[in-house]
Design a protein around this ligand. Structure first.
Ligand code: GDP
Length: 295
């Protein structure tokens, strides 16, 4: 993950390595490399500009510290800014005061939404929370079966009403069942499309208005780079999301999505998907991600 980005940033450190201190001239060269590295990683241009401006200001204002090499100091400044741009700290999943916590999953088709629904249930079980999954994607017949199969695999119950029922009604009854049966969390999987369209957004809104989720998570594919950040913003503007799950972080993603989503959409990345298996989900920690980016 992020190998290309880490290699590129190495060029930036070289510009200040061996110098007595960070100066206006050597930092300029280093910043040019940072900028190039981030653009190549498909980070949103505005995010790159703000990032570089912030690093420049901090680097030029940095005191010379005895025993600390200027390149180490510069790396530290970049690290701090990476953590900041990704949202500083992990934002945990919301928890309802009275169970069940209602989680609505949204996202385009193929992003890994259904897989993430099952992954989240398994993750919650490790925290001793019992989850019920709800299958509302009646348009793609295989989607309901896929969720049922995933549920079986991890021994998590799935509520469905077949493919002829109304998705809003399935969601409503699923949440009712979770409440009646004492589940801690109910996770509602929804239908995706290849791209944003009005009927998908309309249905999501109706489901959201009906079940009033504590958490609306948008599942976005990290491989789509800047698009992931823009998509999160659009979904947030149209239906209101409370966070994102960034999937396929195990692939050869260039890293742009992880860096842009928070800043562009204003919404935190709460989890990352790191593989096809059901246990391949991790909470998102900006500091750990920044360390990985720096290699
Ligand atoms: P949906 O259409 O959004 O519900 O997407 P699916 O859950 O069916 O996933 C689409 C494909 O992406 C499947 O082949 C999944 O195995 C794969 N997938 C989902 N999440 C990840 C991930 O984090 N990493 C990798 N490598 N593949 C994933």
């Amino acid at each position: 993950m992020f190998d290309a980005l880490a290699d590129r940033l190495e060029q930036a450190w070289k510009k200040v390595r061996g110098q007595d201190k960070i100066s206006e001239s050597n930092v300029k060269d280093a910043l040019r490399e940072v900028r190039r590295a981030l653009l190549e990683a498909d980070v949103n241009l505005q995010v790159v500009k703000d990032f570089v401006a912030e690093v420049e200001q901090n680097a030029l204002g940095a005191e010379v510290i005895a025993g600390v090499r200027p390149d180490q100091q510069f790396i530290e400044i970049v690290y701090n800014e990476l953590v900041k741009v990704m949202g500083d700290a992990n934002v945990p999943l919301a928890e309802a005061e009275t169970a069940p916590t209602i989680v609505l999953m949204a996202g385009l088709q193929g992003t890994g939404k259904t897989t993430a629904t099952a992954k989240l249930a398994l993750h919650l079980r490790k925290e001793d929370k019992k989850a019920l999954l709800v299958a509302t994607d009646v348009y793609r017949p295989a989607a309901i079966d896929q969720l049922i199969a995933l549920g079986k695999q991890i021994n998590i119950p799935v509520f469905d009403m077949g493919k002829d029922a109304d998705p809003v009604e399935i969601a409503r009854q699923g949440v009712e069942k979770a409440r009646a049966d004492g589940f801690d969390v109910v996770i509602v999987d929804t239908a995706g499309r290849l791209q944003i369209d009005e009927s998908m957004m309309g249905e999501l809104k109706r489901i959201k208005d009906t079940i009033e989720p504590h958490e609306t998570l948008l599942v976005v594919d990290a491989m789509t780079g800047q698009e992931a950040a823009n998509l999160t913003r659009t979904f947030h503007e149209q239906i209101g999301v409370t966070g994102a799950i960034l999937t396929k972080m195990d692939g050869d993603t260039r890293g742009g999505a992880a860096l842009s989503v928070r800043r562009i959409s204003g919404q935190p990345i709460k989890f990352i998907g790191i593989g096809e298996k059901v246990d391949a989900l991790q909470p998102f920690y900006p500091d750990r991600m920044a360390s990985r980016i720096l290699g």
